[in-house]
Design a protein around this ligand. Structure first.
Ligand code: AMP
Length: 190
């Protein structure tokens, strides 16, 4: 499978759909949020730095994120497509991703945008706060993450559109329906 960038607001289902896509197409999976949470759990210097940003609903600085991403990408099993989940989140990250892949003779593949109304996003994140206990899933931090998403990440949608690789899927109330539409699209690419 080609590389896939999964894109959407906090709570749009990037992690959930990535897991399903990885299973079906046997791909690599890079979740930058998971990488950072792993660093925090292991008490590394990077983790200590990242925690301050994450708990505050802010993005980790681009330069740092771009290095982390390149190292994680190079550690993937070669020859398989990779799904990028949670990266890029800024135009600078998108440009760096494109350049990093080009340097290796690879490309971005396709971008899948998950479009979900804000009321559904909020209720999902509050439910996840109870079920998974993520520190950044409280109402105050969620509001900051939405604001950061709208100001820094959402403009990327047009950037991918201009690259000619953006494919959008809109939530209509059912995970199975959304997943079916995504699988139909990806099956057609093979
Ligand atoms: P996520 O699990 O993707 O929702 O990410 C959780 C948090 O990790 C975000 O709110 C950011 O603070 C941080 N983070 C994850 N990916 C990135 C990224 N690509 N750039 C900057 N910060 C990130």
């Amino acid at each position: 499978m080609k590389n896939i960038i999964i894109f959407g607001a906090p709570g749009s289902g990037k992690g959930t759909y990535s897991d399903e896509i990885v299973k079906r197409y046997d791909m690599g999976h890079i979740s930058t949020g998971d990488v950072l949470r792993g660093e925090i759990k292991n008490g590394t210097e990077l983790g200590k730095l990242a925690k301050g940003y994450i708990d505050n609903g802010q993005l980790i600085p681009d330069e740092l994120m771009i290095d982390i991403l390149a190292n994680t990408y190079d550690a993937q099993e070669p020859g398989k497509g990779v799904i990028f989940d949670g990266f890029p989140r800024t135009i600078a990250q998108a440009e760096a991703l494109k350049a990093m892949l080009a340097k290796r003779g690879h490309d971005m593949g396709v971008m899948i945008e998950l479009i979900v109304d804000e009321e559904t996003l909020l209720s999902r994140l509050l439910k996840r706060a109870i079920e998974q206990g993520r520190d950044d899933d409280n109402e105050e931090t969620i509001k900051k993450r939405f604001a950061v998403y709208h100001s820094q990440t959402e403009p990327l949608s047009k950037w991918f559109e201009a690259e000619g690789i953006r494919y959008a899927f809109t939530w209509k109330g059912s995970k199975d329906v959304m997943l079916g539409e995504i699988f139909d699209f990806l099956d057609g690419l093979k």
